[in-house]
Each structure stands twice: as structure tokens, then as C-alpha cells.
Write a protein that binds this ligand. Structure first.
Ligand code: GLC
Length: 425
């Protein structure tokens, strides 16, 4: 007969030695844009029910830049408050020391994702995050208004500028004083880097820093792109577009107050919901090309997307890894795609009949997504955020008409060279 106290102590010891069998509370930070929190709650509840663990949702700021600042603070303090976090596609080089290597746990799973995203997330041989969804910049338009004004979907940025002006003026004269031609992400943060990179690259002005490390931004085509964008605020775009992130742009468009919007694919499902004023009146297409004369330059879409990672400071690593494998797996990605229209990272899902039925644009825009522009995060590594912030600040001063495009790109070249410190990255 074992005395009760000893029996309990033995049982506890056994439970602790198989630690992971104990139910854990896993904290996940899974975004706050659009219906991120709602969907995250739903998907993590499913995992909790299967695994016996519980999940706490940590709501983050919605800007990628603010999220990065928050995690850097937490990592700096060695805080294990967040076990699972979303990692923007441009962050692996920046946060590499703070994440668990998922390679040993994802030997099979990693083969199911787009190899380019797995490569993006692998730094110094470590797989720092598993792909959750991918994305690219797209142009939304009001099909009803284009029809009313007998205008077509713009093929170039100059055409977009002219059409936006025509419809904005017409609608304002007809009584809608709040109408704007074009909304986008003009706030000083990573979203402006994505927008401005699209303007520059579509004019044939390169990608700020090229994959071989060359700082290319100081060129005439880039200056021309920034000059055109500088003509938008207060003309076809609201003056305060310089404080817009994704959700502010979506708010204006979804309220029926913009002809065109640049945003990510998440806005489609929300703009088509019953509570949207533009439901059934919109289209989604490729962003315009740069130069009218066709001198280099074509429509360019910045590659976006998010991955899931486990913090090195997490005290629940085994459960956290299991949650990441579950959420990034094919079944969960299919559900997410059906619910919110996000773009899976499993190539197989692009042929899935249910998905194609619910979001016909997948097929139509697949070329855009495949050819999406990569921000220079791999080549600049842990200096990417400094490069990007130099770029978004330059784009903001161009938008505020403080200086002109030529001066902006000349100064930017100097700023980025200073960030590089030395001959190589
Ligand atoms: C989207 C993209 C992400 C990008 C961010 C900028 O969330 O998926 O890659 O950095 O927008 O605002």
C-alpha cells in the first residue's frame, strides 16, 4: 500500500516529467486588422478543443511597424508573455535571435508550402516561422462609377489620376462632398514602404536596394514616381491620407467615399459583406503600370504576408509549436481562406474547388501574386527596418510636397548608405 501523500507526489512527478501532457495556456498574438481577432479566436478554439490546451489572445497594434517595436521591447526584456506571434514576411532577418528553430518539428510540413516563403523564413539554416498566408497589393475600384462615367479600369497611374479626378469632381458636384478619387496607405510606416515601392517599381525605378546589395533608389524613374504621388493628397486623395494605414483606407472606400483604393486582398471579403455600402459594386484588379510611354515599368504589387513563430522565451514551447503547426496546416489555411479570403501558402489549395468557388479572383490574380515584388529584406537583413523607415520617411516628405522627387531620392541614397555602414550589407 502506498501512502496517499506519496502517491500524489509520485503522480505529480510523473506528470511533470511528461510536462507537455499537462494542459498549458498558450498566448498568441495574431493581428488586429479586419477580422483578424475574430478568425483567430475561432481557429484557436478549434485547436484548444482538440489539444486540451487553452489559448489567450494578445491583441496587437494593427500596424506592422508598431508590432515590430512591441516585440523588440518584449524580446529585449526576455519576456515570455507571448508564446506564438505573427511574423511579417520582412522580419525574419530582424528578429532571428528570438525565435525557436521550427525545422526539427516541421520536416514534413515545410515541404507543403511555397518554397520561396520557406526560403524567406530560413535564416542561418534555421526555419524561424511557418507560412500562414501570403498577400500582394491590389487595386480596388467602383465598377458602378466607372460605368456611370464611361471610364475604364486604369492601366497606368496617370490614367488612374485622371479618372479619379473626373469621377471625384462629378460626384462632388452631384452632392457627395466627401467623395475622393483614391485612397491608399500614406502614413509613415511599413505600409507606405509597400505602396511607394509599387509606384517606384512600376515606373522602372527598381526596388530601393537590389538583390545584389546595390542601393538603386537614386534614379530619375523613382523620382518621377514620387512626383506623381505627391500630386495626390488634397487633389484626388484626402489631405490626411498621410495618416492612413490599411483600415483607414478601407473605411473610406467601404463607406462609398472613394473611387479607387490600394489595399491587400483581405479588404475584398469585408467590402462585400452585408454591412458594406459598396457591396456588389466593386472590382479588384492589378495595380497600374508606371510610364504611359511604356518605357520600362509595368504594374507592380508588393509581396506581403504573415508567418507564425514561437518565441524563444516561451515557457510553453511544445504546445506553442503544436498550435503553429495546426494553424499553418492545409486544413486550417483552407478554412481561413473560405472565411476571410486570405491567400494560402499551400500551392495545392489554389486548385481547391471550394476555394475557387468562394474567391474567383484567386485564379484571376494568381499571376500578380506569383510575380509580386519582394521588399529588400533578405539582402539588408537586420538593417531592413532602418532602410524601410528611411524610405517611408522620404516618401512622406515627397507626399507632403516638402522637397521634390529628385531631392528626395538623392537624400535617400545617402541615408541608406549611412544605414549600411561600410561597403557591404
Ligand atoms: C500587410 C502585409 C505585410 C506588410 C503590411 C504593411 O499586412 O501582409 O507584409 O508589411 O501590410 O502595412
Amino acid at each position: 500500500m502506498i501512502p496517499a501523500k506519496l502517491r500524489d507526489a509520485l503522480a505529480l512527478g510523473l506528470a511533470l516529467s511528461c510536462g507537455q501532457a499537462l494542459a498549458a495556456e498558450v498566448t498568441i498574438a495574431c493581428g488586429s486588422v479586419g477580422s483578424d481577432v475574430e478568425i483567430c479566436r475561432k481557429m484557436t478554439d478549434e485547436w484548444a478543443a482538440r489539444s486540451g490546451h487553452t489559448v489567450r489572445i494578445f491583441v496587437t497594434p494593427n500596424s506592422s511597424t508598431d508590432q515590430l517595436a512591441l516585440y523588440r521591447q518584449q524580446f529585449g526584456a526576455g519576456s515570455g508573455e507571448v508564446d506564438v506571434l505573427m511574423v511579417d514576411v520582412v522580419w525574419p532577418g530582424i528578429v532571428k535571435q528570438h525565435l525557436v528553430d521550427l525545422a526539427p518539428h516541421a520536416r514534413e510540413a515545410r515541404k507543403e508550402h511555397f518554397p520561396s516563403i520557406i526560403a524567406n523564413n530560413t535564416v542561418d539554416g534555421k526555419l524561424l516561422a511557418l507560412p500562414w498566408f501570403t498577400d500582394a497589393g491590389v487595386l480596388y475600384y467602383r465598377g458602378d462609377l466607372l460605368k456611370k462615367y464611361n471610364a475604364r479600369v486604369p492601366a497606368t497611374w496617370n490614367e488612374l489620376t485622371a479618372t479619379a479626378r473626373l469621377i471625384q469632381d462629378g460626384e462632388r458636384a452631384a452632392g457627395n462632398r466627401d467623395m475622393h478619387g483614391f485612397v491608399f496607405q500614406g502614413k509613415a510606416y511599413e505600409g507606405l514602404t509597400c505602396n511607394a515601392l509599387e509606384w517606384v517599381a512600376s515606373f522602372g525605378g527598381g526596388t530601393i536596394v537590389e538583390p545584389d546589395g546595390r542601393i538603386s533608389i537614386n534614379n530619375a524613374q523613382a523620382a518621377k514616381a514620387l512626383d506623381l504621388a505627391a500630386s495626390w493628397p488634397g487633389n484626388i486623395a484626402p489631405k490626411n491620407v498621410v495618416s492612413f494605414a490599411e483600415e483607414e483606407a478601407r473605411g473610406v472606400f467601404q463607406n462609398g467615399n472613394a473611387v479607387f483604393m490600394r489595399n491587400w486582398s483581405y479588404a475584398w471579403v469585408l467590402a462585400q459583406r452585408a454591412d458594406s455600402k459598396v457591396k456588389g459594386r466593386i472590382g479588384m484588379t492589378v495595380l497600374p503600370a508606371g510610364d504611359d510611354a511604356g518605357k520600362g515599368g509595368r504594374g507592380a504589387a508588393t509581396l506581403g504576408g504573415w508567418n507564425l513563430a514561437v518565441s524563444r522565451y516561451s515557457k510553453n514551447q511544445a504546445a506553442a509549436i503544436d498550435l503553429v503547426l495546426y494553424l499553418t496546416g492545409k486544413d486550417a489555411q483552407k478554412k481561413r481562406a473560405l472565411l476571410v479570403g486570405s491567400l494560402p501558402t499551400h500551392p495545392a489549395l489554389y486548385k481547391d474547388a471550394d476555394i475557387l468557388k468562394s474567391a474567383p479572383y484567386y485564379g484571376q490574380l494568381l499571376d500578380v501574386f506569383n510575380a509580386a515584388l519582394v521588399r529588400p529584406s533578405t539582402v539588408t537583413g537586420d538593417k531592413y527596418n532602418a532602410v524601410s523607415s528611411a524610405f517611408w520617411n522620404a516618401a512622406q516628405s515627397a507626399l507632403g510636397a516638402r522637397g521634390n522627387g529628385t531631392d528626395a531620392v538623392r537624400k535617400l541614397e545617402k541615408d541608406i548608405t549611412r544605414v549600411r555602414r561600410g561597403a557591404a550589407w
